[in-house]
Structure formats: structure tokens, C-alpha cells
Design a binder for this molecule. Structure first.
Ligand code: CLF
Length: 296
């Protein structure tokens, strides 16, 4: 299904700084941190440790309410002419905070209609929100899929929390993976441009990522983004002494995946969940909420 990309979809890709390498030089993205809660635990993450000096996904200086987010997006859109995409990517999982996330998207759609909406999720709750995604006109969805084999997944996710039940071990990974793949397939069938992010974790999933890439392509993913492990202070992987891949190892893996006809993203900057500006820029401090108080 991914091979039959429409003209309209190509146009949408060409204005998105993450989906198009060309676009990232000209178009800016803005992340609005409205989603604090998370429904899974990853061994590389420690969300208790938030620090403004740190730059990695899952980190923000402050969480905004949907009202504050609306104000901030209006203010930034008025000042940052290159803004083409507004995304919700955390600091937790947007779909573990569905009221905040969709209220925010609805406000942005109403008040700043000329930006694209982008959603980044672990995929656990996607299957429940497909209708809202379509109704709001969200055309870009990213799912972070680090494994399709539960025996590898269990080395990455110690637990998953779903409908009041906490799952652990293989069962947790199995549930998460089945939801991710089902969500991906549902969205791709509806023509939504799904990007899959995978974190390359040496000794855990590095040799498995070609299999992930192949499967997600079969299910209709448009793009595969493999990024190097960033180990949060205090995370399980830090305690285990795991290491990030060397740049050469990452590069070789990206080359390998690209050979399989999958479109591979190579310009990801592993943005914070409140980043604003061109990729690689973080101009959040230039747009303080207090300066955007007044509503004309
Ligand atoms: Fe943001 Fe992600 Fe949308 Fe891009 S980031 S929600 S798809 S608008 Fe882009 Fe940043 Fe990499 Fe994400 S460079 S971390 S892939």
C-alpha cells in the first residue's frame, strides 16, 4: 500500500520537516508539551529526571494546558513564518492524555488552520483514536516501534499499563507490539502518512531492526526513522551499562534498511517535546508564554 502515494500525500510530505529531508531546511516544527502521563515504561527513559539543560525526547521545561498551548501556537505562528507543523509528542504519551491532546489539536485546527498537525505515540492506544485522528485532519502520525518480537520487546519495556491492568515481561511486550502494528495498519489504510521511529539499542534490537523495517513497510508505513539510543540518567539501561551505538554503526544500519526499498529518515535531531524552530533548533525560550498572554 505504501508504494501508491497520491499527489496530495507527496505535497504533504514536501512541507513536513521530518518526512522530507529537503523540507527541513525551510520549514519549522513546533512541539506543544500537553501530554505528561505515560502508559508504558521504556528501559532507556526516566521521566522523573527533567532538566532544562537536557535535550532528548521526553524532556520539557513545563507542561502546558490546552488553553495555554492554543495561546502559544497562535503567538508562535504569528512570529515564525516558516512554521508548517504543530506536533504533540509528549513529554509522556499523547494518547495516554487523550483529552488534553485532542482538545489541543482541535484548538490549533480552529485558530491556526494553515499548519499541519502531527502526532507521535508509542501506539498502545492508537486503535481507540483512529476516528478522532481522521476527523481532526491529522495527516502525520509517528509510532515508535523498537521490536516486533516480544522476546526482544521484553528487554526494552518492563511494563505496560492498559485499562487498569499492569502487564509485565513478554506479555507486556506482546500487547504493545500487537497494538502498534494494528494501529499502523488501520491508519495506513486510511491514507494517513505513518512514520515509524525505532531506537537502535546495541545488543538488544540492532540486528532485529531490518525485520522491523520490513514488517512496517508491509503494513503501509511511509518512512522509517532509526535513531541512536540516548540513555537517560537513572534509567535501567544506565544501570545496566548499555552504550549508544557508534555513528558508523547507525549509518551502516540506515544504509542496510534503505536497500530494502524502505524510505529511511537520516536527519532526525531527537527533539525535545517542547522544541520550536527548524530541526536542530530549539527556540522555545524565544517564545515565552507570558509574552503571548493578550488575546486580541
Ligand atoms: Fe515533531 Fe516528530 Fe512530528 Fe517531526 S519531530 S512529532 S514527526 S514534527 Fe522529527 Fe524531531 Fe526526529 Fe521527531 S526531527 S525527533 S522525527
Amino acid at each position: 500500500p505504501s508504494s501508491c502515494i497520491s499527489k496530495e500525500a507527496e505535497e504533504e510530505i514536501s512541507r513536513h520537516p521530518c518526512y522530507s529531508e529537503e523540507a527541513h531546511r525551510f520549514y519549522a516544527r513546533m512541539h506543544i508539551p500537553v501530554a505528561p502521563a505515560c502508559n508504558i515504561q521504556c528501559n532507556y527513559c526516566n521521566r522523573k529526571f527533567d532538566c532544562v539543560n537536557e535535550s532528548r525526547p521526553g524532556v520539557v521545561s513545563e507542561v502546558l494546558s490546552p488553553e495555554q498551548a492554543e495561546r502559544k501556537v497562535k503567538g508562535v505562528a504569528a512570529q515564525l513564518m516558516q512554521l508548517s507543523v504543530v506536533g504533540v509528542a509528549g513529554p509522556g504519551d499523547p494518547l495516554a492524555n487523550p483529552e488534553q491532546t485532542f482538545d489541543t489539536f482541535a484548538r490549533v485546527k480552529r485558530h491556526v488552520p494553515d499548519v499541519s498537525l502531527c502526532l507521535s505515540t508509542n501506539g498502545l492506544m492508537l486503535y481507540r483514536h483512529v476516528d478522532e485522528i481522521v476527523e481532526l485532519g491529522i495527516r502525520h502520525v509517528t509510532i515508535t516501534i523498537n521490536a516486533i518480537d516480544p522476546d526482544i520487546g521484553r528487554e526494552i519495556y518492563p511494563w505496560v499499563f492498559d485499562e487498569g491492568v499492569r502487564y509485565e515481561g513478554r506479555e507486556a511486550a506482546e500487547l504493545l507490539i500487537s497494538r502498534q502494528l494494528a494501529g499502523l495498519e488501520m491508519l495506513a489504510k486510511l491514507g494517513i502518512l505513518v512514520k515509524v521511529n525505532s531506537i537502535m539499542i546495541p545488543g538488544v534490537n540492532d540486528h532485529h531492526l531490518p525485520a522491523v523495517s520490513k514488517r512496517v513497510k508491509e503494513l503501509g508505513a511511509t518512512l522509517h526513522n532509526v535513531t541512536p539510543l540516548i540513555i537517560a540518567p537513572g534509567s535501567q539501561y544506565e544501570m545496566d551499562g548499555r552504550k549508544a551505538p557508534r555513528p558508523k554503526e547507525l549509518h551502516n544500519l540506515q544504509e542496510l534498511l534503505g536497500r530494502d526499498e524502505m524510505k529511511v529518515m537520516r536527519h532526525c535531531r531527537q527533539c525535545r517535546a517542547d522544541a520550536i524552530g527548524l530541526l536542530g533548533q530549539d527556540r522555545n525560550q524565544d517564545f515565552p508564554l507570558e509574552a503571548m498572554e493578550a488575546d486580541p
